[in-house]
Design a protein around this ligand. Structure first.
Ligand code: MOS
Length: 767
């Protein structure tokens, strides 16, 4: 990163005083807390940066074998003959399974009428589809042997373009055709009267490109058997989800499968589900009686570890002179790849703004390419790309400031959830405080530049639509010496969950963070937690941890009251000691005889239910300034402010870190990232980081501000947080697109906005 990131505490305080305050007496006031919210460095920072943290990729078990996978080099082909005898005879090779092996028939990829494929399938529906796997003593022996597996393919017609896939003459990915079910329609109100009431309408079509998953740690599993029990170390977002998947695939009781993931290097949605490589490792470990590691190469993850599907989105929108929206008519089409997956989301069109008349039609198309997967706010950045550019066009037609236009339509009720009220909506504050912090009004008046380098500013809003799974359990233990343990099955996927768990317990028990041990993500030893995805990790697991800590606190305080002959009301916990009201002397926990006698106190906490009749969701507004070189088409994001209402800031450092990451991914989505498939061969052209461009530190704006808007939401849950990881990326690319339009006077409708797109668009305006 090239510039300082400022955390605007002043602005937070302002937002807090202007927003509705609904203090819950069960909670300590925000201002009184000294642990949660602070800029606490990660409790595992040393392990992570020193290399002592053991990621699945780093795991080396005695006798461990290495797995290599044979993949179809064709976009669509049928295996006519497969012969692994030469590979099996090679040095170090222990076992092979192919699409002919009985173990390979485990059903895989499911459609409306059941399984569409198998673990290893002779029909290959995309480049990368698995046909065989083997294990050898070393990764290189395994890779060599994989190349020695002889496969004869019958090459079949393919289609790799999702729009083309829907034409009647397109080659069929599956016998039932390429459209995935019927279009899904969601509607309310009456479009005709909505458009009749509009003073202006805008109708536009947008395309977004397919983005590939590129987590730092590539996908990896290590499998080991102990009799009939399977243990798997996995780089996953959810150990419980992987256990469920493995038990199902291998027909084992849940109790016989243990999945753990101590350190994990990023997932972004690509590590929510069980991978074929994990099951292959388990099968080959059983066959050989040795532990097996299956680690995907970067190139393999780009082929088969999921992607953000490309979308074609058309929106017709109407608004009155005063800026109030009257109607949205949207059609979304997404390309899911060779197997069913979610392809689009109409959520933003339906719920980001108050609008009475809306129709959203969503269609998904299959094509011969890697399957789409969840990808940081699935569907939302695509929809924001279209919606937020249309809002800008409406504002321009109406002569309204884009920020003012959005402020006219901020929702207070969730139209998606039967008109239930939100526990808090910080969108207006995100827009107001964000534009003030960014200097929006002054920047609007500035010249766009006179030479070939033009400057422009843009805004976009966003939200996220998931409030979290209903179940999570945590256990807190307080030991006789005053140290503590917090136990949760959640995975820290890089966001800082481990640190925030420690902060919550530290805040409740008054135990210093250094004395809290965090135990996570192991189905054998930790409590149930849903997968770390959907921006739910904090808001689902922290209330559980908090209530476990409260249980310990209550027991501790009543023990202490009896021992010290005091009233419980007069006791509190601070800095590892019991403080007594009106008494300057405190009693360190290690000196409490009643605690020493029990050895440890245990508290169990569960996530409390969703608030009755209310909706708790996060919002955001982003502001971007770009510089566009009209000769080369180069776009540089020079200044950026991200205002987020994710409820309470749990940790100032991890918070800013999430927002930085979200904006970085938005820069990639808006400006550089694009999966390209060769129309003539159906093969992935951008199959390595050389050709698939993700943003680096040099692409990040020199001036960046993370602006938390904290509406003091005491209703959403007992910690006040609403989820951050995904809303931080939703509006980013759209804000950049609007800034580019402001800079050059021409709107680019397709993502990413490449240099070529800019130069071409400008040339068209000159001719
Ligand atoms: Mo997320 S896309 O639910 O990791």
């Amino acid at each position: 990163m090239t510039g300082p990131c400022s955390f605007m505490t002043q602005a937070i305080a302002t937002a807090a005083t202007t927003a509705t305050t609904r203090e819950n007496p069960a909670l300590p006031a925000w201002e009184k807390t000294n642990v949660v919210g602070a800029a606490v460095p990660r409790v595992d920072a040393h392990e992570r940066v020193s290399g002592t943290a053991v990621y699945t990729r780093d795991l080396a078990l005695p006798g461990m074998l290495h797995c290599a996978i044979v993949r179809s080099p064709h976009a669509h082909a049928r295996v006519k003959r497969i012969d692994a005898s030469r590979a099996l005879a090679m040095p170090g090779v222990h076992a092979v399974i192919t699409c002919d092996s009985p173990e390979a028939s485990i059903p895989w990829y499911f459609g409306a009428k059941g399984a569409l494929s198998r673990l290893l399938d002779p029909e290959c529906r995309y480049e990368g589809d698995e046909v065989a796997a083997l294990v050898a003593e070393t990764p290189l022996q395994a890779a060599d042997a994989a190349r020695a597996v002889v496969v004869e393919y019958e090459i079949l017609p393919f289609v790799v373009d999702y729009e083309r896939a829907l034409r009647p003459d397109a080659p069929k990915v599956h016998p039932f055709g390429n459209q995935l079910g019927e279009p899904r329609v969601t509607e309310r109100g009456d479009l005709a009267s909505g458009f009749a009431a509009a003073d202006v309408t805008v109708e536009r079509e947008f395309h977004t490109s397919c983005e590939l998953h590129t987590p730092m740690e590539t996908h990896c599993s290590v499998a080991q058997w102990d009799g009939g029990s399977l243990q798997v170390w996995d780089s996953t977002q959810g150990v419980y989800a992987i256990r469920r998947g493995l038990a199902q695939a291998l027909q084992l009781p849940l109790a016989s499968v243990r999945v753990s993931s101590r350190f994990m290097g990023g997932g972004f949605g690509s590590k929510l589900e069980l991978g074929k490589y994990t099951v292959l490792a388990a099968i080959l470990a059983r066959t050989t009686g040795r532990p097996v590691k299956a680690a995907l190469s970067r190139e393999e993850t780009m082929l088969c570890a999921g992607n953000r599907p490309a979308n074609t989105i058309s929106i017709k929108a109407g608004a009155r002179k005063d800026g109030k929206l009257t109607a949205f008519d949207a059609k979304l089409l997404g390309g899911v790849g060779a197997f069913p997956a979610a392809a689009t989301s109409g959520y933003l069109v339906l719920d980001l703004y108050t609008c009475a008349n809306v129709r959203v039609e969503e269609t998904a198309a299959l094509m011969n390419a890697g399957q789409a997967r969840a990808f940081r706010a699935p569907g939302f950045p695509q929809a924001a790309w279209a919606l937020e550019q249309v809002i800008d066009e409406l504002a321009e037609r109406l002569g309204l400031d884009p920020v003012a236009m959005r402020l006219k339509n901020v929702p207070t009720l969730s139209q998606m959830r039967a008109g239930q009220p939100y526990t808090s909506t910080g969108l207006a504050d995100c827009l107001k405080n964000g534009s003030a912090g960014f200097g929006w009004a002054a920047a609007r008046k500035r010249a766009r530049g006179r030479g070939h380098v033009r400057r422009g500013i843009g805004v976009a809003a966003g939200m996220w639509g998931y409030g979290g799974d209903p179940t999570a359990t945590a256990i807190v233990k307080l030991y006789a010496d005053g140290s503590a343990n917090v136990n949760s099955g959640a995975a820290d996927i890089g966001t800082g969950t481990r640190t925030i768990l420690a902060q919550v317990v530290a805040e409740e028990l008054g135990v210093p963070i250094a004395k809290i041990q965090v135990e996570m993500a192991d189905t054998a030893t930790t409590q149930f937690a849903p997968s770390s995805g959907g921006s739910q990790t904090v808001l689902v697991n922290m209330p559980a941890a908090r209530s476990a800590a409260v249980a310990v606190k209550n027991e501790l305080l009543s023990l202490a009251a009896a021992e010290l002959g005091k009233d419980v009301k007069d006791l509190s916990l601070r800095d590892g000691a019991i403080e007594i009201a009106g008494d300057a002397k405190s009693v360190p926990l290690a000196q409490l005889k009643s605690l020493a006698q029990r050895q440890q106190l245990v508290g169990v906490g569960k996530r409390e239910p969703h608030p009755e009749g209310k909706v708790a969701l996060p919002f955001a507004a982003h502001f971007a300034e770009v510089e566009v070189n009209t000769r080369t088409g180069a776009v540089k994001v020079v200044k950026y402010l991200a205002a987020q209402d994710s409820g309470r800031v749990m940790n100032a450092l991890t918070y800013e870190n999430q927002v930085l990451g979200g904006v970085t991914m938005g820069i990639g989505f808006g400006l550089t990232e694009r999966r390209m498939l060769d129309r003539n061969t159906g093969k992935l052209v951008t199959g390595a980081w050389h050709d698939y461009k993700i943003p680096t530190a040099l692409d990040f704006p020199a001036e960046f501000t993370c602006l938390p808007v904290d509406p003091r939401d005491a209703e959403c849950n007992s910690v006040g947080a609403k989820g951050l990881g995904e809303p931080a990326t939703v509006p980013a690319a759209a804000a950049i697109a609007n800034a580019v339009r402001d800079a050059i006077g021409v709107r680019i409708f397709d993502a990413p906005i490449t240099a070529n797109a800019i130069v071409t668009a400008l040339a068209r305006t000159r001719s």
